[in-house]
Design a protein around this ligand. Sequence first.
Ligand code: PRT
Ligand code: MG
Length: 217
Amino acid sequence: MSQQPLTIALSKGRILDDTLPLFEEAGIVPAEDIKKSRKLIFDTNHDHIKLVVIRATDVPTYVEYGAADMGVAGKDVLMEASASGQTNSLYEPLDLNIATCRLMTAALKGAKQPEGRIKVASKFVSLTKRYFAEQGRQADIIKLYGGMELAPIMGLADLIVDIVDTGNTLKANGLEERDLIAPISSRLVVGKAAMKMKHQQIQPIIEKLSAAVDRRR
Ligand code: PRT
Ligand code: MG
């Protein structure tokens, strides 16, 4: 019996570096070297499974609309997509425990925070808005596309919300960690339609990936 086609959207960049070995351990191997190719769509060793490799922030969108059946994305990206209303029906059946880091607030070392409204710079505007609202703190959110560390130095913001791993980037720029918003890792996500219509194909993939994740613990 031939299987229905299944498309998995992978986040390019640093998440991809961790995803490919994990998928290989789960028995899903691209037909050619993804990192040496300019293609965006790849066949695999399974006739019915294709991989698409796209911007991390686009993965939730492809899966939400059913253009891809499943995907791999950072929890930070998933939180932002959900907080912004960009997604509302994604299943998140598995923590892949890769590309781990922390979503933090950070400020200039030793800087006192202003009493009233604070200015917060981030590329994650929606989750930042939600976080400060939950804390009951008045905050103006300033959208940046990168280099968040610069904002407090230049007086653009009192705080930033950013990804921290070793803390070296903050330190190199005279900043320090303040509050943990969430521990981050990459997650397997599945669209609503795919979960319903392709459950028989998806379930074994979740199980194989889950076993691969467990073997690494
Ligand atoms: O480049 P593009 O705009 O497409 O996306 P991107 O730069 O967000 O992609 P990429 O490839 O950097 O991957 C980002 C994803 O990897 C995030 O969404 C996280 O889920 C995950 N991840 C894990 C990280 C880090 N670790 C990480 N250290 N994402 C970013 N960083 C950056 C961080 O922004 C900061 O500049 O590394 C710096 C901090 O590292 P330390 O070790 O100095 O603290
Ligand atoms: Mg990058």
